[in-house]
Design a protein around this ligand. Structure first.
Ligand SMILES: [Cu+2]
Length: 306
């Protein structure tokens, strides 16, 4: 699975290269120094991407939520079924081509029905679909059922930028595409970085309300397993609970106009302390969200919100 180059990956690769130099101590030292420098440069970059597309990547991004882990597992499960079915059909085709061509089988039999084969080719696909359904329904339920959440995040799509709002905290930011020269200067990915990255706390249920001010957009963050249409006059709901710190990128995923490709989503998952500081810096207050949090324990922990 392609992953963003990690500090460990870079250092490890260079170090292995250095070791293969044998007795050439000078080269080894030089390479090792380079490795350390590259490593510290990476470590020095304030925000290394944790969830971003990678050049040539063909697999899903590394999951950062339980939902996305479920999606990845389901994807791998489906892929194994697809491979077995495709291989079986290919084998049947090859067998028929080789065994029953005009030369190998000059006088074909004329029957048109075979009860046993017909029953098998009906029952087996039905069983496969039942197995797939049994695996997919719990996952759909997990995605769609909004759990008891500590924070509510309102996401509004605009042509062509995103508004992020924590209504209970009094925080509201507008995130535009970070201009190319700024992205280069700050070594952040152009077309993914934004002028106002959204912060979310890790290990916290965040309920997300998604809507739009104009045309239909879609709020999508692959590492979270979240993709929700933003529709004017409607509020769609989703949720996430990010289990590790990092920067996660997404993009508008509904063709919404001429600048559709230029309305990225940048989310930084941080610990609670950093999140509180950010909320305060945005002029908001965690305290204003405290009263409902105190009242909540009366309700059962897993009560669905809808
Ligand atoms: Cu859009």
């Amino acid at each position: 699975m392609p992953r963003p180059a990690s500090i460990g990956g870079v250092t490890g690769a260079r170090h292995t290269a250095a070791e293969s130099q044998g007795g050439e101590g000078v080269k080894r030292t030089a390479l090792f120094t380079t490795a350390v420098l590259v490593g510290s440069a990476c470590a020095g970059a304030a925000w290394a991407a944790s969830g971003a597309p990678t050049p040539g990547g063909i697999d899903l991004q590394a999951p950062a939520t339980a939902v996305m882990r479920g999606i990845v597992d389901f994807h791998n499960f489906l892929l194994s079924i697809i491979v077995v079915v495709s291989a079986f059909v290919l084998a049947l085709l090859l067998w028929v081509i080789v065994r029953y061509n005009r030369r190998a089988n000059p006088t074909p039999r004329k029957f048109t029905h075979n009860i046993l084969v017909e029953v098998i080719w009906t029952i087996v696909p039905v069983l496969i679909l039942v197995v797939i359904a049994a695996r997919s329904f719990p996952l759909l339920y997990q995605e769609e059922r909004i759990p008891e959440s500590e924070f509510t995040l309102k996401v509004t799509g605009n042509s062509w930028f995103w508004n992020f709002e924590y209504p209970d905290l009094g925080v509201s930011v507008a995130a535009n595409l970070l201009p190319e020269e700024d992205a280069r200067a700050e070594q952040r990915p152009y077309l993914l970085a934004t002028t106002e990255p959204l912060l979310v706390p890790i290990n916290t249920n965040v309920r997300v309300l998604v809507t739009s001010n104009d045309v239909i957009h879609a709020f999508a963050v692959p590492a979270f397993g979240v993709k929700e249409d933003a529709i004017q006059g409607r509020v769609n709901e989703t949720w996430f609970n990010v289990d590790r710190e990092g920067v996660f990128y997404g993009q508008c995923s509904e063709l919404c106009g001429v600048n559709h490709a230029y309305m990225p989503i940048e989310i930084r998952a941080v610990n609670r302390e950093e999140f509180n500081q950010w909320v305060a810096a945005q002029g908001g207050s965690i305290a204003s969200a405290a009263p409902p949090a105190v009242e909540e324990p009366a309700a059962p922990a897993a009560t669905p919100m809808r």
